[in-house]
Design a binder for this molecule. Structure first.
Ligand SMILES: NC(=O)C1=CN([C@@H]2O[C@H](COP(=O)(O)OP(=O)(O)OC[C@H]3O[C@@H](n4cnc5c(N)ncnc54)[C@H](OP(=O)(O)O)[C@@H]3O)[C@@H](O)[C@H]2O)C=CC1
Ligand SMILES: O=C(CO)COP(=O)(O)O
Length: 332
């Protein structure tokens, strides 16, 4: 029995499990494929997701999810957002009573349009004060290489946020805390959509002016969206907003940037999905976020352009920091 369990052994779940283990937590990582669990346990490697990284001997892996959850006093979730509900439905009953449940994910559920903390609360029927989310400029491979990074642990309960942050901290990973779960989650979701736009720009061959214009307007757009949903404006200026936007939009390690780049090069949505070997959450979040924006009357021209390119209804070369010509020429 380990003290903390991480569910999902892709690039982020494995990296986060390493981070927890390096911080001194007795950690078990659940991989759905037995061969992946075996490789991690026996060779200290996860070659498919983290090539070149040696995992600590103190980190154990299993493909038995119920064994992983047994006795765990904290549970971290790192599967693709669209898969979370089913996982919790099948195995949520094995989570120990009272254990904080922490989302490491950055997506919105299609159909319900719910954030991951909301899916957790709904499926597990637990007090939202037991739920936390982690977000920030956290490109997995860089953290697995132990490059210094910071993140935010957010929970409506400061006690839960503090308890999680104490574990999710080591020499190269620093966790701050806040209580703005809405802002922290939406920051992570929406930066993926701006990263798709920046990838499109890169794929088309436009340079830094276009990228900087879209990143800056993208920050305004995602802030308006999050605040309209109850977030605090300050959160979007922090690690979970601006910080993650800079990291994700500036790095070829980003899967969302990469997916956007393929779109910019002329690949269709179907081709892009087929070529991606890891999850690019933005592809599934575009529609639910656009629906949420429409319901609250938030204008999101950059998101709309990404959506049009994805639908094959706009030439990627037409992407720009604005869409309509009747915009007020006042920067807000
Ligand atoms: N990678 C990063 O830098 C960061 C990612 N995140 C977020 O973390 C979340 C997970 O992403 P990440 O680890 O990068 O994704 P990856 O694509 O790297 O890995 C996905 C993992 O989920 C597993 N998986 C896929 N479908 C299911 C399912 N139905 N049930 C159980 N497990 C499943 C995969 O298993 P298998 O190998 O068997 O297919 C794999 O272990 C995303 O929301 C992402 O936005 C957040 C911060 C940083
Ligand atoms: O969330 C991330 C960095 O903070 C990872 O971004 P991608 O999912 O685009 O790779």
């Amino acid at each position: 029995m380990a003290d903390v369990a991480v569910l999902g052994a892709g690039s982020w779940g494995t990296t986060f499990a390493k981070t927890l283990a390096d911080g001194g937590a007795d950690t078990v990582l659940w991989a759905r494929r037995p061969e992946a669990a075996r490789e991690i346990d026996e060779s200290r490697r996860n070659t498919r997701y983290l090539p070149g990284i040696t995992l600590p001997a103190s980190l154990h892996a299993t493909s038995d999810i119920r064994a992983a959850l047994e006795g765990a006093s904290q549970v971290y979730l790192a599967v693709p957002s669209q898969q979370l509900r089913q996982l919790l439905r099948e195995h949520g009953d094995a989570i120990e009573a009272g254990a904080p449940v922490v989302s490491l994910m950055k997506g919105v559920e299609a159909g319900t349009r719910l954030r991951m903390s909301e899916v957790i609360a709904q499926e597990l029927r637990i007090d939202p004060e037991r739920i936390a989310v982690v977000s920030g400029p956290n490109l997995a491979l860089e953290i697995a290489q132990e490059q210094p990074t910071a993140a935010v642990v957010s929970s409506t309960s400061p006690t839960t946020a503090r308890d999680v942050a104490k574990r999710a901290r080591n020499d190269y990973f620093h966790s701050f805390i806040n209580t703005d779960v809405i802002g922290t989650e939406f920051g992570g979701v929406l930066k993926n959509l701006v990263a798709l736009a920046i990838g499109i720009v890169d794929g088309v061959g436009y340079g830094e002016n276009t990228k900087a214009s879209i990143i800056t307007r993208g920050l305004a757009e995602l802030t308006d969206f999050a605040v309209a949903h109850g977030a605090e404006r300050e959160t979007l200026r922090g690690l979970a907003g601006l910080g993650d936007l800079i990291a994700t939009c500036g790095s070829p390690l980003s899967r969302n940037f990469t997916a956007g780049r393929l779109l910019g090069m002329g690949y269709s949505r179907t081709d892009v999905i087929a070529r991606m070997e890891q999850v690019a959450e933005g592809l599934a979040s575009v529609d639910p976020v656009a629906e949420l924006a429409a319901a609250r009357g938030v204008r999101m021209p950059i998101l709309e352009q990404v959506r049009l390119v994805l639908d094959g209804a706009m030439d990627p070369r037409d992407i720009a920091p604005h869409l309509t010509t009747d915009d007020e020429p006042i920067e807000e």
